[in-house]
Design a protein around this ligand. Structure first.
Ligand code: BGC
Length: 741
């Protein structure tokens, strides 16, 4: 009997080997595998793969050996697991991750290579955790410093965003883990994110808000994209015929899956016809939280199946969605060539430190107060952000980090062998709660002293200190750098202005380190000699900040957005409530927000209005100095628009350091209004003291073009252009003219 069974099994095995189905044969073309798998699936199986079955997973096809598909946030590390159908923690003991710096910091590195390392490290963590897709990166444009999720995005400039997103996507996907680029599109503020209907010119849409997505799709070959919550042209962006059907799928040739943001699906017919492929996170009423195990009620679930059986739809749209999902499977979970995953490897920590070190921006350094010379000195560290864990909170990007080194710990560790004394004063109390979605920091930050007592205590200690280092800024609490709401003002919360002014008035060596993903107003800016932008730096925050503050790392981050003096300098805030936050329609179901500033976002606005922001886009100092000079072009006219420029950059100081050479282009005369200048190329260069390097920067026709609404396409008008080079948008030290024939 036993013998017979073995023979039978052997016979089955050899039969199976002889007829490996096409879809399981990795040597076959992926499209052939998709078609073969599709032809084997039942209607119910097809329906199953296009909607969620738990908070973060959708079904595979068990009968055909295709595993369930797991997604997870994103974008700064792999989010800890929640229960199958609840937002509570699953309580795993293997889901503590490396928290990487937030994407604003990544953008501030101006280093595409660093972005690729970031994506790869994140991909390895995702693989270990069994995730097929990371819900990120985010590339929505920083339109106003009030934007609650700006910290998850890459700043205000479409070109910088594009250059930084492509390697992230490629690095992540090199692990066989899909990226899900979000939130497509026009999700630029958080308040009323389910109701905002954006009204915008085609030109601004294409020139400012879409290029990051376009680059991720066309160059990065992203396998997933997430539809945003908000509306455009009166249709929700999770099923928007114009943005998904036309632009993404038709014009850009996107062959991946469109995933709905969690609870962003609102309408069966639109979900069927307008480009949505996978529905996640909602019940049937468009809310982010729904009834228990209600997945059958999703739009792309039983209701859709029934409608097909009743003949309301053919399977044409369904098959198209399933093809995309199958392609996703073959690229990820069914890809047997995927590398192994690692969680919390030393390389990942090195990557986190590298990103942080390259992204921290030295905004101001009067009298060369920085770097700190610790020997024999008393250093007073002040502020809640010196001790508060920042990896927990902020919404879906919240993480359970294996460790997080606070700024105070980082300084203590770095200076423990130096002959110096470090003291700490709280200075202010912000939000002491420290938990998100069931992950708690475990920190007890409670302090009952009044703001006056806290300030007085800090000031008293500051009088006798050699340095005062304040770690302040925002945090990940509601109405700050956090999903769901926008900030209400640009001001620092928790009476920090008062604290900083008081400290600076008694200590001339005051250093302010701002922790945030957004610009904050700094009315005391002229009184504080040194200001550092410290972002949300993740697991290695303290190590990276200490390294910059004492000068082990020479800062080389540059701002990915304009640091306005106050809201009156912001385009989006210059047209009343119609432009921000919008005006409710009758019935209060939709709020129309018209981007009246059009293409004039960030430096494009301050340039046009001749405003001087606190710190310009692209600004970033170093402990050495640089000279950018001698910009020249290989030829002074072009017919195809391709141009190559060379420019010299010299380290004129006495330390090694890196500068970011930036190339901007102005169109001298054009039939439409154009920005004074626009970033079109950049490169970060490392230089020894006294060293000069020649940097080559190339641009193409797109760099000279504007979006022509008449022809619905890019257009470069012949004539004269000027290329400018420098190391900040407000420090362009050389230029060259050229002509497009
Ligand atoms: C957020 C997405 C996130 C998703 C899943 C949504 O509320 O907008 O960015 O990926 O939740 O957590």
């Amino acid at each position: 009997m036993k013998y017979k069974l073995t023979l039978l099994l052997l016979a089955c095995c050899s039969m199976m080997q002889a007829q490996t189905p096409v879809y399981l044969d990795p040597s076959k073309d992926i499209e052939a595998r998709v078609e073969d798998a599709l032809s084997r699936m039942t209607l119910a199986e097809k329906i199953d793969v296009i909607h969620a079955q738990s908070k973060f997973s959708s079904a595979g096809v068990k009968r055909l050996g295709m595993p369930d598909f797991w997604t997870d946030d994103g974008p700064h590390g792999v989010r800890p697991d929640v229960l199958w159908d609840e937002w509570e923690q699953a309580g795993q003991t293997n889901d503590s991750c490396v928290a990487f710096p937030a994407l604003t910091c990544l953008a501030a590195t101006w280093q595409p290579l660093v972005s690729s390392l970031y994506g790869r490290a994140l991909g390895e963590e995702a693989l270990y955790r069994g995730k097929g897709m990371i819900l990120g990166p985010g590339v929505n444009i920083y339109r106003t410093p009030l934007g609650g999720r700006n910290f998850e995005y890459m700043g205000e400039d479409p070109y910088l965003t594009s250059r930084m997103v492509v390697p992230y996507v490629q690095g992540l996907q090199s692990c066989g883990v899909a990226s899900c680029v979000k939130h497509y599109c026009l999700n630029n503020d958080e308040e009323y994110r389910h109701q905002v209907n954006v009204i915008i010119s085609d030109r601004a849409l294409h020139e400012i808000y879409l290029p990051g997505f376009e680059a991720a799709v066309k160059e990065g070959k992203a396998w997933g994209i997430m539809g945003a919550y908000n509306l455009y042209k009166d249709e929700h962006n999770c099923h928007n015929q114009y943005t998904l059907g036309k632009i993404l799928k038709q014009d850009w040739g996107f062959d991946g899956v469109v995933v709905s943001d969690w609870g962003g699906t609102h309408n069966l017919d639109q979900a069927v016809r307008n480009g949505l492929d996978m529905e996640f996170g909602t019940w049937t009423d468009g809310l982010t939280m729904g009834a228990t195990n209600a997945y059958d009620n999703y739009y792309l679930s039983k209701g859709y199946q029934k409608a097909i059986l009743e003949g309301k739809y053919t399977t044409k749209e369904l098959d198209e969605k399933v093809r995309r999902v199958l392609r996703l499977f073959f690229r990820t979970t069914m890809n047997k060539q995927r590398p192994y995953g690692f969680l919390c490897s030393e390389e990942h920590y090195v990557t986190a430190r590298l990103v942080a070190g390259e992204g921290i921006v030295l905004l101001q350094n009067d009298r060369n107060v920085l770097p700190i010379q610790p020997k024999g000195k008393k250093i007073l560290v002040v502020g809640e952000n010196a001790i508060k864990m920042m990896t927990v909170g902020g919404g879906s990007s919240s993480l359970k980090a294996q460790h997080e080194i606070s700024p105070l710990q980082g300084l203590q560790e770095r200076l423990k062998v130096s002959d110096c004394q470090i003291e700490y004063a709280r200075g202010y109390v912000g939000d002491v709660s420290g938990n998100y979605n069931g992950v708690t920091t475990g920190q007890n930050l409670k302090d009952d002293r009044s703001p006056e007592e806290l300030i007085n205590k800090a000031v008293e200690k500051a009088r006798t200190a050699d340095y005062v280092v304040i770690f302040g800024g925002l945090n990940k609490s509601d109405y700050q750098d956090c999903e769901g709401h926008d900030r209400k003002t640009m001001d620092l919360p928790y009476a920090q202005d008062k604290l900083i002014t008081a400290l600076a008035s008694v200590n001339k060596q005051t250093i302010y380190v701002n922790i945030s993903g957004n610009a904050v107003s700094m009315p005391w800016r002229k009184q504080v000699p040194a200001i550092v932008q410290g972002w949300f730096l993740g697991s290695e925050a303290g190590t990276a900040l200490a390294s910059v503050l004492v000068g082990d790392t020479n800062p080389s981050g540059h701002l990915p957005f304009t640091w306005y003096e106050n809201l009156s300098q912001v385009g989006a805030h210059s047209f009343g409530e119609a432009a921000f936050p919008g005006i409710w329609r009758e019935g209060k179901k939709i709020i129309d927000e018209e981007y009246k500033e059009g293409i004039y976002v960030g430096y494009r606005w301050t340039d046009m209005k001749k405003l001087k922001p606190a710190f310009a886009f692209g600004h970033g100092l170093s402990y050495t100095t640089f000279k950018v000079s001698n910009l020249r072009s290989a030829f002074d006219e072009t017919t195809d628009g391709n141009m190559t420029f060379k420019v010299d950059v010299t380290n004129t100081g006495d330390r090694p350091g890196a500068d970011v050479v930036q190339l901007y282009i102005s169109d001298v005369k054009c039939s439409v209004d154009r920005p004074v200048k626009e970033l079109k190329a950049f490169q970060k260069v490392m230089l020894k003291p006294g060293e000069t390097k020649t940097v080559t920067l190339s641009t193409d026709k797109r760099a000279l073009s504007f979006w022509d609404e008449a022809t619905d396409g890019w257009k470069a008008e012949p004539g004269e252009f000027i290329a400018w080079a420098g190391d900040s948008s407000d420090r362009l030290t050389c230029k060259v003219k050229f002509t497009l024939k």
